[in-house]
Every structure is written in C-alpha cells, then in structure tokens.
Write a protein that binds this ligand. Structure first.
Ligand SMILES: [Zn+2]
Length: 479
C-alpha cells in the first residue's frame, strides 16, 4: 500500500519517536513498502569513526543463555562511516554484537542521526553477530527485569541498560568528532573476491519432501553432516571503497556467514570475521576497514569448522584472503548522483505462540529460566508488531553499485535474489548486502522455506507475510 511522501515522513517520525496516532491502521497481512530517494554527491566527504563496545566482565552473552563474560580475548568494536554531501548525512555502522533489536535499534539510530544532523532513516546500523557478545533488546530486558524483581532466581538479565547508554553516548561523541575530520571522496571503488571453504548452508540435511532433518551449525563435529555438500551460499566477499584520489579512505566489506568458530565459553572475541577485519586494519592503518555480515540466516562455517581452536585461525585467514582478493581488482566510478533510498516494512508477528501464551510461558517458573529470555525477545517483537513500528531497509546507490541494508537473520536467498534482480535491471548491477540490521524478527526464512521447518523456522518470529514484504522492499530499492 504505497502512500504520499508527506505521510511517509510523518509515519516514520511518529513510529520512531512514539506510538502511531490513533486512527492510522495498517493491515498486518499486507505490510506496506514505501521507497523514497534523496540524491546529492557534488561535494562528497566520508568520515570514518569507531568506538569500543566490549562488555564488562559478568555481562550476559547472547541474551543470557550462554556463559556470561569471564575473559576478553580481543575487544569488540563498532566501526562506521558518515557520508556527507549526498543529501543529509548517511551513516553506515557495524557493531561486534549478536544483535540490536526493536526499540533499541530505533533509539540508537536516532541518537546517531542526531549526532550527525540527519534523520534516523539515513542510519544503517548492523551487527556482525558474534555470540560471545551482547544481544541488545531493551524491551525484552524490561520484561525479564520484572521477573527478576518478582524474586525469580536462575534467570539472567539480557542487557546492562546503564552500560548500553554509555555505548550510545560513545557513538554520539565518535560521530561528532569524526565529522570534523571528514575527508573528500573523489571516486567509489567496488570489487568481489571468492572466499574458499568458509561458508556452508546449515539446512542441507533433508528428507525427500524437503523437510529439514538436522542443522549443520557454526561448528560441526558430525562427519556425516560435514560430508554433505556446501549447499546454497554466496561465495563472494564484496567491497565498496571510498577514494580521495589514490588514497583509500574507507573500505566496507560484506560477506554472508555466521561469524562464529566456537563460543559459549565466556571469552569475548570478535571471532574470525572481526579478526580478519582487524588484520586488514593492521595492514592499512590509514584506511578504515568495516565488515558487514550479509544474509547469513541459513549460512555458517559448519562444513569447514570442527570447533577446534585451530579452526578460528584457519577461517580468519581464508576470509582475509577473500577480502584481499575483492580489494585487489576494484573498478571505480565517480560520485555523481550518489543517493540513499529507503523502504519501510511494517512487521507482522507469527500467530503462534500468541502474546498471552508467551506471557504465561515467561511467568511459569517450572520452565527452564534460559527459555524465558528467548520468549521475552519474541514477546518484544509481538509488542513492536502491535505498535506497527516499521523496519527500515536502506540502499546506497552510486553508478552501477548498490549497497543493501536488511534486517535480522535473513536467509542468503534474499541477497542472491537481490543481485539477480539488480542485474536484470542493469547489466553490471553490483549489490553488496548487509543483514543483521534491526534484529527484532530473528530469522527471516524465504516464504518457500517456512513449510520445511528446522531450527531457523522455529525461531522466525515474523509471519510469512514479513518475508514477502521483505522481498518487495528489496525490489523497490533496487528497481
Ligand atoms: Zn544467528
């Protein structure tokens, strides 16, 4: 249901900063998609920024159902760029956390936007999705905090709210300071390189009807599952770089794989994707290297990873080599016509379990406490869907190059289809996709995969109509 530009802006303003006005109703079965476009590019600048987001000792990891932080093996970072001179500022940022969800995603984007003098729909905030890391949902934390206040034991907080606020304040400072050091951009470069023996599909073990039997996870010790084919993946690391003459100022990398080699041991690490990024940064200190995880909802390293300590170094090296290959043969375009487009989708929650059931399960003390956290995260998504707070998709376009900024644990089919769609519209369409933006819906399978079950479908909080509107939103951005 498309609607006029004025009312789109009004919807975004209302939905980001408070409940929608009474009387505006949306069909949950036919979520709206509404693209908009603001162009610029005459005097392009880029301002890289970074800040530390390493959680304190004792902080919950992955929403509180694995061991909390005991040791920090390497720091977690938030890294991004502010793009100036393409309409109002645009911010692209990737955080070494498991997820940022619902109102937490909205409020953090709003704070970043304020620091840069832009609007929240021009902030693409993503997580790399490591698991020995925070999972930030203030809404779910409020639900669990009430349970803890009622005296329930053996239950973990999800997020240290005061520490989260410090991270938000750090982001404001980092962005404001970075803008003062912005550097001119004369050209945009793009390239892709094949990553060997890292990504594999998790859903390759199936019966004859296509139903998923066993998941090949991030690490897999079962030789039978490891012997199964790689399955559907996107084998390419893609890079989009910002050049000032011959100087590469910032380089954004995109690759679709769950970034964990092994976890749940209380040891904070940016893991193999973060370590590859840090290695790139050490090789080129003058260029800001940023890594975005693509549509990896059904993609992990399981075929090539037995979870041993050696595997982390191997995966880091192979991903690093793929990224270096993507940077080695970059084409370039000038910055004329650079533009940021957005599309909104209004999320719909799955029908079962319904909200009263979720409340009952959370409050039932005979249920394992760790389940309460996941149920609280699902309840938070239901509450958000009820308020019809939209998920914002984004895309930067310049010449034949597109970035695509998507929510949650989207399946790899979304980015593969996005590339095919872009190529059908222009012969050399190049799309670099980041997922794990607003994490509220958790997994987003394709509509065709819902009947095939498996873990990912069991924790897909959105209705199949959310998957359909995601596809429509992508096409509206790339069309
Ligand atoms: Zn995941």
């Amino acid at each position: 249901m498309p609607f006029a530009a004025g009312s789109r802006r009004e919807l975004l303003r209302q939905s980001l900063f408070g409940p929608l006005a009474a009387g505006i109703t949306w069909s949950l079965q036919t979520p709206a998609v509404c693209p908009k476009d603001e162009t610029g590019g005459g005097n392009l600048h880029v301002a890289p920024f970074s800040f530390d987001v390493t959680p304190p000792i004792g902080h919950p990891c992955c929403g509180g159902w694995i061991k909390p932080v005991e040791v920090v093996d390497d720091s977690l970072e938030a890294k991004g760029i502010v793009i100036l001179g393409a309409g109002k500022p645009i911010i692209l940022c990737a955080v070494d956390w498991t997820g940022v969800l619902n109102s937490t995603h909205v409020s953090w984007r709003s704070a970043m936007a304020e620091a840069a003098g832009t609007t929240p729909d021009r902030v693409a905030l993503h997580c790399v999705h490591q698991h020995n890391a925070p999972f930030a949902c203030l809404d779910a934390e409020a639900i669990i905090a009430k349970e803890i206040a009622k005296g329930r034991d053996k239950i973990s907080h999800i997020l240290d709210v005061d520490w989260f606020k410090k991270c938000v304040n750090q982001s404001r400072d980092a962005i404001a300071k970075a803008i003062g050091r912005a550097q001119p951009v004369t050209q945009i470069g793009w390239g892709e390189g094949k990553v060997e023996r890292v990504a594999s599909n998790r859903r390759v073990s199936r019966d004859k009807s296509g139903k998923v039997l066993a998941m090949r996870g991030s690490a897999c010790k079962d030789p039978k599952l490891r012997e199964l084919p790689e399955g559907l993946i996107d084998p390419f690391a893609r890079t989009i770089a910002f050049f000032n003459g011959e100087k590469k100022v910032a380089s954004c990398h995109f690759y679709a794989v769950h970034p964990m080699s092994f976890y749940a041991d209380g040891r904070v690490t940016s893991d193999f994707a973060g370590l590859a990024r840090k290695a790139l940064q050490a090789r080129e200190p003058e260029c800001a290297h940023i890594y975005f995880t693509g549509c990896a909802g059904n993609i992990a390293a399981g075929k090539y990873n037995d979870g041993s300590k050696a595997s982390r170094a191997d995966l880091t090296q192979r991903l690093l080599e793929g990224i270096i290959a993507s940077e080695s043969i970059m084409e370039r375009t000038d910055t004329k016509g650079i533009a940021w487009n957005t599309a909104q989708i209004v999320p719909s929650a799955r029908l079962q379990p319904a909200m009263p059931t979720l409340w009952g399960l959370i409050e039932n003390r005979t249920n394992p406490a760790t389940n309460a956290n996941r149920l609280a995260l699902e309840l938070a998504f239901h509450q958000r869907a009820q308020k019809q707070i939209p998920i914002v998709l984004g895309s930067l376009k310049v010449g034949p190059v597109r970035t695509l900024h998507l929510p949650a644990e989207s399946f790899v089919e979304y980015q593969l289809n996005a590339t095919k769609f872009a190529q059908s519209k222009q012969n050399d369409g190049f799309v670099a996709t980041a997922a794990y933006g607003d994490g509220g819906p958790w997994y987003i399978p394709t509509p065709a995969e819902f009947p095939n079950g498996g873990y990912e479908v069991s924790v897909a909080f959105g209705a199949p109509s959310l998957a359909e509107s995601l596809s429509r939103g992508i096409e509206s951005l790339l069309g």
